[in-house]
Write a protein that binds this ligand. Sequence first.
Ligand SMILES: NC(=O)C1=CN([C@@H]2O[C@H](COP(=O)(O)OP(=O)(O)OC[C@H]3O[C@@H](n4cnc5c(N)ncnc54)[C@H](O)[C@@H]3O)[C@@H](O)[C@H]2O)C=CC1
Ligand SMILES: O=C(O)[C@H]1O[C@H](OP(=O)(O)OP(=O)(O)OC[C@H]2O[C@@H](n3ccc(=O)[nH]c3=O)[C@H](O)[C@@H]2O)[C@H](O)[C@@H](O)[C@@H]1O
Length: 444
Amino acid sequence: MSTKRIAVIGTGYVGLVSGACFAYLGHKVIGLDIDETKIERLKRGEIPIYEPGLDKILQRALEKGNIEFTTDYAYAVKNSDFIFIAVGTPSKEDGSADLSYVESAYRSIAEQIGDEDFKVIVNKSTVPVGTGRWAKEFIAELLRKRGIKNPEERFEVVSNPEFLREGKAVEDFMNPDRVVVGADNRDIAGMVASLYEKLQPAMIITDLPTAEMIKYASNAFLATKISFINEIANICEATGADVTVVARGMGLDHRISPYFLGAGCGFGGSCFPKDVKALIYTAKQVDGEPKILEAVIEVNERQKLKPVEKLLKHIPNLEGKTVAVWGLAFKPETDDMREAPSIPIIRKLLELGATVKAYDPVALQNAKRVFSREIEKYGERLQFVTEKDKALEGANALILVTEWEEFRDVDFDKLTGKVVIDGRNLWEPSVMKSICTYESIGRP
Ligand SMILES: NC(=O)C1=CN([C@@H]2O[C@H](COP(=O)(O)OP(=O)(O)OC[C@H]3O[C@@H](n4cnc5c(N)ncnc54)[C@H](O)[C@@H]3O)[C@@H](O)[C@H]2O)C=CC1
Ligand SMILES: O=C(O)[C@H]1O[C@H](OP(=O)(O)OP(=O)(O)OC[C@H]2O[C@@H](n3ccc(=O)[nH]c3=O)[C@H](O)[C@@H]2O)[C@H](O)[C@@H](O)[C@@H]1O
């Protein structure tokens, strides 16, 4: 494999993992971020996020001298041929994707492209269909204003959406189900695809809008599977069926597949909620009626509060009661709190007068930031504890929100007599019912 010079703009979950993995594969990588503290930490070899396996990959890449970090766009653009954009694209109030970080990255890159350059600008951020074509015009116009001749010949824009999951990011990047590359110029798309050749992935080479749409359609479909099974879970509950067995029975049909049929207290994270909302926005813009997508969000919003609804059946008045919450991150193996179901659950418990004792193995710091207003407003009624058993001390009830492995085999004696709401169907109902008042999602 020939070594290529790559810059990655944004060193968050996607940028840092992609950069470290490209460097591990033998490319020369420059990771750039506008967050100076982050870059300082990375230069010292510290990893600012919790992501299993990333430390080893990054360490190897650093040892090989294949990765460096900077805040300097001039340096990054000058010393790279492929510039990957991996900055955030959060939701705006109206659900559309906020492209201001992406736009700002394009501007900073355009300021550094010279008369003799040719740069391949690759969008790894999830951006609405149409963004790549728009970016070509936007960047060409910026170059034209700077007096660069034939600006269209100085760069190409490529879409290369990322499908990694947090918590399994390195594994996913190194073993992708597929790599998607979209560009108006197929040769350049092929050049981007060749950066991954060592991984020998299934490859889709297509045009810009199709590549952008594959990303949204994939996330929307996975989110739809989750809302679908949650709706089935609610019907199971009312009819005495067991959703876990239903899902197993469905999943054995290879047309359905067993994945993403885990009923629970809904999906969170930085991507499913925002990407489904952005796709709804796009659909409406083109006069579509995105009925399924709207239902996916609606079902999920209701599902997140299911555990509180279930708790209220057993303890109708939470004033003066203490509720332990296990698991704050939006899923296990990450410290990411974005759109985590624990957020509406804890807010609701506090509103209803409960004292909340919250525990998570890695997300406590981020959780304290997310709940800063609640910490100020509710004082001692919101406590963060550093051991799962401490959360149970004096608690009348326990809600399990995130299925961290350490919750699987607990000292069940400590749950005796409590109301336990298992938001992720982690425990065996027959065992739990002999110990405590137990409820889970979609199981009799
Ligand atoms: N988190 C995930 O698992 C996945 C995320 N994505 C997509 O990838 C994109 C990035 O997501 P995350 O990595 O989660 O975001 P993040 O929020 O963890 O990281 C974004 C980084 O970009 C930096 N940044 C912002 N503006 C910048 C600029 N103008 N120049 C340089 N750096 C800048 C920020 O300081 C931050 O470090 C999003 O579009 C997301 O939808 C796609 C697949 C998986
Ligand atoms: O675009 C993105 O950012 C990424 O979004 C998701 O990855 P991620 O959000 O990291 O995590 P998932 O493992 O997909 O879980 C998302 C949420 O769904 C929930 N979930 C997942 C599976 C399931 O069966 N049931 C369920 O409720 C999880 O608890 C979690 O809250 C996708 O799986 C990735 O392919 C994609 O690249």
